[in-house]
Each structure stands twice: as C-alpha cells, then as structure tokens.
Design a protein around this ligand. Structure first.
Ligand code: P6P
Length: 329
C-alpha cells in the first residue's frame, strides 16, 4: 500500500511545481491532522477541549475550543516547514504573514487558506468534522498583499480536506484526479485507500437543510419537490449532517448533490468562498462533478474579501445542471 509520501513521489509529474516543496507542505498538513485527530478522538474526555471557548470568532460564531486548537496547530505546523509565506484562516480576521529568514526565497512562495475545523458545532455530538485547505502560489514578489489571497479558485495548485470520522481520511487534488489516504493511527501513517475518487453514475442523495425550506428561493423549493417526487429509477434519499466535509465526502462516494443556497438569513449564502467552496469545488470538478453558485462556476468567481460568502451547490453534473434549470427557468 502506498503511503502519502510514496504516492506523491511516484506521481511527481502530477505537480506543476517541485515535488520537494509539496512534500514539505504535505508533511506539515499531515502533522497537524494527526495532532487534531488525537484531540478530536478524545474531545469527550478532555474538559479543556469540548464545548465553547467563550470566544465569538470573526464570523460572529461561538468558537469551539477545538476550533481554536485546530487553528493554532495548523498555523504552527505550516510555519515550521519554511515553505509557506502566508496563511488565511476562518478563525483569523486578517491573513497571517509567515516571517522568516528566507521570506522571499524560492521556498516561501505558497499561501494556504484553511478552515481549521469545519462543522465544529458537531463536536459535542460526535458527528464527523473536518479541516479544509487550499493552496496557491503567491502573486507578489516582495511583501505579501491581500491580492495574494484573493485569487480565483481556478488558480489553486492543491486543495483537500481531512475528515475526522469513523476513520481519519485525507483527500486531495492537484488537478490530476482526487485521491484519499486513510490514517493508520497505530503507526501514524496515511495509506492510499481511495485512488481516483469520482462521482458514481447513480445519483442517489440530496443534501440541504430543509428546516430552511420556507426561506428558500422558489427554484430551490421546486428542486426539493422534484427530488421527493422523482419516480424514475429510485427516489432520491435525503441526507444532511450539518458538516460540509462529512456531507461532501459521502456524496462524492455514494453520488449526491450538496446545496447551501442563499436564504433570508444568509442572503449571500453561508459558506465561505475562499477556504470552503473553492477547495471543495476543485475536488468536485476533479471527481467529474460540477460546482456553482446556482449560476456561475465557483472556480471563476472573483473574490472581493477574505471571508466572502457564496451560495454553494456541488455534485454530479446532471443533478447540479437540473437544479440550475430550476433556479434560472
Ligand atoms: P446549517 C458548519 O457550520 C457549516 O459551515 C458547514 O460545515 C455545514 O454544511 C453548514 O455550515 C451547516 O449549516 O445552517 O445547515 O446548520
């Protein structure tokens, strides 16, 4: 069985930039994932971890202690490999410049955007949660600017997530397919378990928070009724766990659409473009699917600010296209 490191070396031609840089970047992501996995697996036992930190984060959300822990672990791990020049995190209002003796050298030319622990409201009820990461080359040659971070999703060079569930799986793409690696905690190694992940031909699932039904635009309501009344083949199944990484991972493997549309509460949608939707959209397209805001390809959206929100739909091409037809009759 390939380890993650062996797979990267074996497929070095997948990377349009030196494998050495990627290996170092991945080793910092792997290290952080293992540290977070350890705490997630015992969150119920450690009073310092479970529950709210009492801090309201920049999103106005009640920051869970594990959110903050995951943020700190990723920041420190990414800083330590001397490969990243800047980081943007859901938990940090502004981007973080990674100072270092070789700030403008060859090494420090990647920037990373992360949602350190997505779905953290599920921590206390033991539902799968995840880390989402997105990597770009810097644009600036000297000091980092916001433009280094406000790049379209189609400029990503690496994107992925770690899902902390019944097992811990790291899934990534560099534009050459989607590959999943399962952590063997007994030896602390990620092994290739899901090579070339792709949406299956059978479309079975629709994932949306139907509790917001009365607040959805009409096109969304029509699509939900279509899913419920679908007769040909077999009716769709509704599955929604309120954790993007968990819903996404299941739908990519079993065949389903994930929808977080705009609502009265979230007129621009709830999910963030840069460190949630863009990485998930890159993975979606690489797995043979489609990702849009209902009208526009997610990866072509011009970002205007770090924490910008967008309506988000991703899944099999036919399901997403069908929903777009309902939204734009
Ligand atoms: P709602 C978690 O807070 C998150 O950002 C995603 O992981 C998840 O899919 C969504 O929000 C759930 O939001 O409004 O349905 O609870």
């Amino acid at each position: 069985m390939y380890t993650l490191g062996e797979f990267i070396i074996e497929n070095r031609d997948h990377f349009s930039y030196p494998t050495e840089g990627l290996l170092r970047l991945f080793s910092s992501i792997k290290l952080a994932a293992k540290a977070i996995n350890k705490e997630v697996n015992k969150a119920g036992l450690t009073e310092k971890i479970i529950g709210s930190s009492g801090i309201i984060n920049i999103q106005g959300e009640n920051q869970q202690k594990l959110d903050n822990f995951a943020h700190q672990v990723f920041i420190e791990s990414l800083k330590s490999r001397n490969i990243v020049c800047g980081i943007a995190s859901e938990e940090s209002k502004d981007f973080i410049v990674v100072k270092g003796e070789k700030e403008n050298s060859f090494q420090k030319k990647y920037i990373v955007l992360i949602d350190p622990l997505d779905g953290s409201s599920n921590i206390d009820v033991n539902v799968s949660i995840g880390t989402i990461f997105s990597v770009y080359r810097r644009k600036s040659s000297m000091n980092l600017t916001m433009d280094d971070f406000l790049q379209k999703g189609n400029k990503q060079i690496l994107a992925g997530y770690i899902i902390y569930g019944s097992s811990t799986i790291l899934v990534y793409t560099t534009g050459n397919g989607v590959h999943g690696f399962t952590l063997d905690p007994s030896v602390g190694t990620f092994y290739l378990s899901h090579p070339n992940l792709r949406y299956p031909k059978i479309e079975r699932i629709y994932s949306i928070n139907e509790g917001n039904y009365s607040r959805f635009p009409n096109g969304i309501k029509k699509f939900i009724r279509y899913c419920q009344e679908k007769k040909e083949n077999r009716p769709y199944t509704a599955r929604y766990i309120g954790s993007l990484v968990g819903d996404f991972h299941r739908n990519m493997i079993q065949g389903g659409i994930y929808i977080y549309p705009k609502t009265e509460y979230s007129p621009k949608g709830k999910l963030r473009l840069l460190y949630e939707c863009n990485p998930m959209a890159f993975l979606t397209e690489q797995a043979g699917g489609k990702a849009s805001d209902g009208e526009n390809r997610i990866l072509d959206i011009e970002p205007l600010n770090l924490h910008q929100r967008t309506p988000f739909i991703c899944g099999p091409v036919r399901m997403v296209t069908k929903l777009e037809e309902f939204i734009n009759p």
